[in-house]
Design a binder for this molecule. Structure first.
Ligand code: AMP
Ligand code: ZN
Length: 466
């Protein structure tokens, strides 16, 4: 497989440190809020990369952290009149609800920064002992000039960076590019003991430390949203490589933003939709399809129209599955014939093509096109004369190609909610068309199903009575 490595700014053949095994670390959420659909892109993209690597036969040790101590956590805890700890507990719980609903597989580990304070303190002590970090009045800073490779990930020169940076009044650091590893306790903030007094860790050191503790000094893939390249990942490299003297991560993979009106969707701009809101109206397959229908390094614009078009595409795929399932019940022949054997060899080619696209820098957009090509081919070649074996083979192949994308695994049997909502929509249309007999007929049909309708200013509501 080829992956675009931000570190070397080119696609590279992926070779893991240990054959067949992958150590992967993804920067996870700061747990002070429900996550939005922009964050969801990053989580879905890397969940899919992990699934695809597993699909390709690798064993993946997948770590995604929770940042549960930083300025935003402290501010929000004060606003909610709660502790940083219970704020973290609450939003980690909420994270799992939404991530599960998005069919994101649970990570092998979800470490919390506050559960690694001892290791963080000892990591920082090592950096101080080696001369890469210095204490200043209860804070500890990393001295960027001491690390030769500073700037290599983001492709920046330290002198240029320095020219743009300023020492703020009251700063305790020696150089404007230095960054905090440890922050002295301020009034009202949670704090832990350390050789430099009570305080708390900086954001960057948390990830370096947790990646090291769980996965080791050198890992295969380090991933995150593209906003993290600088300074977060640059600083992680500086910390980790100064301490170990070894390469920290062999492949740096970054996913592009979700934008709204050409601006990054973000909490601070207040232009976001929470994943939870979106999942009220759209199925997880639709959200994942939307995210994966673009290449992960291309920015995606978020609009309801695009989500609706993803919904129509997902429906087409499920219709194809549903039609084959119905056909399976109708056909008489169990056993495969010679012509079908040849056809099976032909459709196996779609799996090869799918993997070829996915192996080319994880091109999910082209991978999805291959699934549509397969379905078109099946539609024109399978019919009532096909064997059960043949139809089952085709169904398994569609579901198999959907699995690394985390889609197309659901039952095609419509559930009550979907069925009722579809009928309500048809009744609304009939009423708009002033087709009163049709609208009455649909109302009766719903009544037979035990559904009562109520017209409200917000639209039609429904209830089931027994
Ligand atoms: P945060 O909770 O803000 O620390 O972000 C968690 C993850 O979501 C990080 O990997 C960010 O890079 C990513 N992220 C934040 N906003 C967006 C966005 N609009 N589009 C894609 N990824 C994002
Ligand atoms: Zn991180």
């Amino acid at each position: 497989m080829k992956l675009y490595n931000t570190l070397n700014r080119r696609k590279e053949e992926f070779v893991p440190l240990t054959e067949g095994e992958i150590k992967m670390y993804v920067c996870g959420p700061t747990v002070y809020n429900l996550f939005h659909i922009g964050n969801a892109r990053t989580f879905i993209v890397f969940d899919t990369l992990r699934r695809y690597l597993e699909y390709s036969g690798y064993k993946v040790n997948y770590v995604q952290n929770f940042t549960d101590i930083d300025d935003k956590m402290i501010k929000k805890a004060n606003e909610e009149k709660t502790t940083v700890k219970s704020l973290g507990d609450k939003y980690i719980n909420e994270y799992y609800k939404d991530a599960d609903a998005l069919n994101i597989e649970r990570a092998s580990f979800n470490p919390r920064a506050t559960e690694h304070i001892d290791q963080i303190v000892s990591f920082i002590s090592d950096l101080v002992d080696k001369g890469y970090a210095y204490e200043a009045d209860g804070d500890v800073y990393f001295s960027t000039k001491k690390f030769n490779g500073y700037g290599k990930l983001s492709g920046q020169n330290i002198d240029d960076l320095q020219a743009g940076a300023r020492i703020e009044i009251g700063d305790k650091k020696q150089d404007p590019m230095d960054f905090a590893l440890w922050k002295n306790k301020k009034e009202g903030e949670p704090a832990w003991e350390s050789p430099w007094g009570m305080g708390r860790p900086g954001w960057h050191i948390e990830c370096s430390c947790m990646a090291h503790n769980i996965l080791g000094e050198t890992i295969d893939i380090h991933a995150g949203g593209s906003d993290l390249v600088f300074p977060h990942h640059e600083n992680e490299i500086a910390q980790s490589e100064s301490r170990s003297g070894k390469s920290f991560a062999n492949y740096w993979v970054h996913s592009a933003f979700i934008n709204i009106n050409n601006q990054k969707m973000s909490k601070s701009l207040n232009n976001f939709f929470t994943t939870r809101d979106i999942l009220e109206s759209y199925d997880s397959d639709v959200v994942r399809f939307f995210m994966l229908s673009g290449h992960y390094r291309t920015q995606l614009n978020f609009t309801m129209e695009l989500l609706d078009s993803a919904k129509a595409s997902v429906e087409r795929l499920y219709n194809a599955i549903g039609n084959l399932e119905s056909l399976l019940e109708e056909v008489n022949e169990d056993n495969i014939n010679e012509k079908e054997k040849v056809y099976i060899d032909h459709i196996k080619g779609y799996k090869e093509k799918f993997m070829m696209k996915m192996d080319d820098d994880f091109n999910t957009a082209d991978g999805i096109s291959v699934i549509f090509d397969l379905i078109r081919d099946l539609n024109s070649n399978l019919d009532i004369k096909s064997s059960k074996y043949m139809i089952n083979y085709a169904l398994n192949l569609i579901r198999d190609l959907g699995s690394p994308l985390g889609i197309l695994q659901k039952s095609t049997k419509m559930n009550l909610k979907e069925e009722v909502e579809k009928l309500i929509e048809q009744r609304e249309k009939a009423r708009r068309d002033k087709d009163w007999s049709l609208s009455d007929k649909i109302r009766d049909e719903l009544k037979d199903m035990g559904i009562v309708l109520e017209d409200t200013p917000q639209g039609v509501r429904w209830k089931k009575y027994n």
